[in-house]
Design a protein around this ligand. Structure first.
Ligand SMILES: Nc1ncnc2c1ncn2[C@@H]1O[C@H](COP(=O)(O)OP(=O)(O)OP(=O)(O)O)[C@@H](O)[C@H]1O
Length: 292
């Protein structure tokens, strides 16, 4: 008899502002129980998903499923990165950037059924000052938005919109020196996103040509732009044409250093962190196994 695969569902009860009480029932109804032996656990605080996933790796589980958004994926994938345990995703976040890009269904049942195919692939990850990221990391406007969003009780896309609108009128661009694989550029940037996947979430494509399987990160520098161009910037973002905007510059790289004027906010897969003035970023090709 073939041994069943051990699969752990780690459920973030607050992500995406949605209740998750019914997840276990849906999984038990739609998961192929001839193939998988499922276990379930709810996270209790920030960082708990990472601890649970590290234990699952030590116990040699086959799959750990993130039931949450990009922040939950980050905590779990950080523990799975470079191991033989695969990541699964049931997208239950506010932005769901990585899941949308990989074509993982937003519908809970469809996402569970997708796991039944068991089609593992390897994707790249990035690392910024020692912290892994799988979707995107960045500084400037988007890091300030992440910080505001994390401290607001309103989640989901409306929560993001509220944070963007609150930040946009007061945010000031900052000077940075970038070293991208030895090429030095100095810029006054509204924001700099280092993209593994092309989109933030909610189908907002900041780096339309980025790929999680090319062994490259796309450094997307958004220059200062006049406020009247916001509708056009938003159009580019959702039309996958940000690279055609005169205010956007995208430089691919593997080893990146960003020196800013002072320490401050950084977002790592949408989660706000404080880091020093110098940011060292690199890509780890094919480091994470994911089912999608
Ligand atoms: N039980 C919990 N209570 C409070 N926060 C939690 C709990 N479990 C996890 N978290 C934190 O919730 C935060 C948000 O999770 P996540 O990023 O998955 O959702 P989101 O922000 O709504 O979605 P997205 O990242 O796709 O926009 C993460 O920082 C995570 O550490």
């Amino acid at each position: 008899m073939v041994e069943k695969k051990r699969i752990l569902f780690i459920i973030n009860p607050i992500s995406g502002g949605k209740k998750k009480k019914g997840v276990e029932k849906v999984v038990l109804e739609d998961l192929d129980l001839a193939q998988y032996d499922p276990e379930f656990v709810f996270t209790e605080c920030v960082g708990h998903a990472n601890e649970l996933a590290a234990k699952a790796v030590a116990d040699e589980l086959d799959v750990v499923v993130a039931v949450g958004g990009d922040g939950t994926i980050n905590e779990i994938a950080s523990a799975l990165n470079g191991t033989g345990t695969a990541l699964g995703v049931i997208p239950e976040g506010s932005g769901n950037g990585l899941a949308l890009y990989l074509g993982i269904p937003l519908n809970e049942r469809a996402a569970v059924r997708r796991l039944n195919r068991f089609e593992p692939m390897k994707i790249d990850s990035g690392v910024i000052n020692g912290l892994p990221f799988f979707n995107m990391a960045g500084i400037g406007f988007d890091a300030s938005v992440s910080d505001r969003f994390a401290n607001d009780s309103l989640r989901g896309p409306i929560g993001y919109l509220k944070a963007v609108l609150a930040e946009i009128s007061t945010y000031k661009p900052a000077r940075c020196v970038l070293d991208i694989d030895g090429k030095i550029v100095e810029r006054e940037a509204f924001m700099i996103s280092v993209a593994n996947s092309p989109q933030y979430g909610n189908n907002a494509y900041v780096a339309p040509q980025a790929s999680v399987t090319d062994g490259i990160l796309d450094v997307c520098i958004v220059h200062k732009f006049p406020l009247y161009t916001i509708p056009m910037m938003v159009f580019h973002l959702f039309n996958k044409t940000a690279d055609q905007s005169e205010y956007v510059e995208i430089i691919p790289g593997r080893q990146i250093r960003i020196e800013r004027e002072c320490a401050g906010a950084v977002h790592v897969d949408g989660e706000p962190k404080e880091m020093g003035a110098v940011l060292d970023i690199a890509v780890n090709p094919g480091s994470l196994i994911i089912l999608c």
